[in-house]
Design a protein around this ligand. Sequence first.
Ligand code: S3P
Length: 435
Amino acid sequence: MTTHRVIRPAQALTGQADLPADKSIAHRSILFSAISEGTSRIVGFPDAADPQSSLACVRALGIQVDEDDGALIVHGEGLHGLRKPEGDLDCGNSGTTMRLLTGILAGQPFNTRLIGDASLSVRPMRRIMDPLRTMGADVSAEDGHAPLVISGRASPLSAITYRLPVASAQVKSCVLLAGLYAEGLTSVVETETCRDHTERMLGLHRDVDKGACTISVQGGVGPKASEWHIPGDFSAAAFLLVAASLIGGSRIHLPNVGLNPTRTGLLDILRSMGANIRIENTREISGEPIGDLTVESAELTGVRIDGSIIPNLIDEIPILAVAGACAEGTTTIRDAEELRHKESDRIRAVVTGLRAMGVDVEEFDDGMAIHGGKSLKGAEIATHHDHRIAMAFAVAGLLAEGETRIQDADIADVSFPGFYDTIKRLGREASQERL
Ligand code: S3P
């Protein structure tokens, strides 16, 4: 069943919001705990649908996961303790579940089949199949799309050195996880930095030389059982940071936000647009930097966003585009072709949605130019089963004249359950209606 929501203009956002726990770290915490020897504890594992897909897959692979006082207790079985699942492994909408899990399953002695929803079933999987096949894995998929069929093998995979052709943390992580099941040292070389949670959480060796970073993993050495504390998701914070920046008179506080520098490109860009964001109480938790954010409304001006910062804000581009639409002048986004391969073609979805709201936008193969500064008009927005498109345009709706209707709005639950309630609570005058 699809749920539409009507968003009406807000006067100001004020107060404090607790964010959902970081999706990327959550996926890794449950997958790594499953193949650790012994018991791990995960504090703050989120209810969001995507990490729950990883949890369900781990359980289907025979791993016992209990709940204790809100934490997950994962009884890891070591690198070779997973069991053949009874049926298909359902990754839902989650590309991270599918791509990381395939790296682990490529080295198992049993066959598996991974499926996903309509959106995940059209996302590119050759990017992981190619390196895994070079390692000797037997992974097949019709046309390079899920379902993925992985044949079990008795012998270890072959170690490789793989130069990432796309700045993708999912591909990087997939190869490194398969490397745990290979004989010898598997290395991934990245020339553009993308999120590094896998390296941090597995404590992997990184070697930086002439602008390239080589990350290596020793085959046969599994992760250590650990206690993971998952910080608030910066990618969820992004929607509130932009909303509060744009809506006059706003001031909101976001405690315990993950501030890993490979994730926070949006902070740098918003600040260069004139945003007023304060970071306090910075500290480290489970090897990840976190802090408390306070954002107040400000006049924003357009900027150019391109080059090596793109992988560090790739998930935030839909909401940055909304910021650009409301900023004075032009915001140009280039080098972001990867956006066409996310939960939807996000370049097309953003351009179409902004045009429906009366914004003058040019579309490029690898981005867009948004001529901002005119008021937005409420419109009907197609979300293409994409959580970030739904939330970005809900924020646009808070700023638009009249009503904005978000189709299939509850897809936001993929990463941010309670998103609409949060903006409703923060908005003194914001009003929404569920249809
Ligand atoms: C993720 C990596 C990114 C990001 C996705 C989560 C991860 O994808 O878009 O939402 O947790 O590794 P790519 O690695 O494919 O760029």
